[in-house]
Design a protein around this ligand. Sequence first.
Ligand code: GLY
Length: 399
Amino acid sequence: MMRLFSICLVIILTNSCKINREHDTNDDILLIEKAFNQLQYASAVKKFDYISKEKIFPRSTDKTGKLRLVDKKDWTSGFFPGVLWLMYDLTKENNWKGKAIEYTQVLESEKFNASNHDIGFKMMSSFGLGYKITNNKNYREILIRSAKTLVTRFNENVGSIRSWDHNKDKWEFPVIIDNLMNLELLFWAWKETGDSVFYNIAVKHAKTTKKNHFRNDFSTYHVVGYNSDSGKVVSKNTYQGYADESCWARGQAWALYGYTMIYRETQNPEFLKQAENIANYIINIASLPKDYIPLWDFSLLDIEKEPRDTSAAAIIASALFELSTFTEYNKTIYLQVANRIMESLSSNQYFNTLGENNGFLLKHATGHKPMNSEIDVPLIYADYYYLEALSRKIKIKNN
Ligand code: GLY
């Protein structure tokens, strides 16, 4: 197996000079080349065990700096195949496609995993991207099955998809802001099958979240707890943020990305307005540092002491690029901020030097600060949304 990876690595590296040169700016080509050269994950994945199919997906680094691999059940498992698909899309180099197919396929059995809401994250970044690029009919069947699995977590009384089954002592029916991201799988299934059940559940969840997860300034609560019989809100808390009444940066980023995507799929102006209000909070109300890379919670101000979160920055950039295509009014400011974030993320301060940090692209991300877990580390989903943002940036320029 090691031999296979060594061969893959050699193929990937020797092809690094053959990047597709169709893109219209040298800057973007340089960024793709930088990503291309850095993504030497194959060399780092030393524990790949194709027989047991366990712990093969790069997620982060551990406290000693070693690569942290997770198995397919982890909420982040789809992002590594997603990174490979994005690299294929950006470069049209078949080596990336081959690896993307290989890693995507391992996730198939997750189509039955109804133990939390994360099926949307996992399947859309892997099979969803793969289907868009290859039109593989088998991927289509896997995605439809996955959407049916996600639907089983919907509760009519609450009008939402339940996020977690853990922490039952604290939340009977928890819904987290991140859950908006899983709705993309339902919209996709509705468009593919014509079955309005998928659409209706997605829209209902989006409306319930819009009603209960936001403060007057459009900052977000991370976790809303419901009573599953009455459907009533019983608590508003945080899990990964600084405090119940603070605004966790990645949660706010999921909200921006979520409502931008929901507007794309529904064309309902109510959701566009929501996305714009959330963007307004991030750009004008939250105290963003000069380089536009947020601290891990928007309510914190101590730039010297508090870690940044490049994953939140990358998600915000990607969302703002898309949002800029939906509105003439704020288009310029959204593009300016998204480009500024990309400039910062691509600088030496946030982008790893070649070979650093096990081949991840970005550093200085924060996973779960209150749990003292994944602080100031690379995170695979930061890399995924960075590459997606880069791809959107290039498409906007080319149009
Ligand atoms: N969805 C989990 C997270 O953003 O950390």
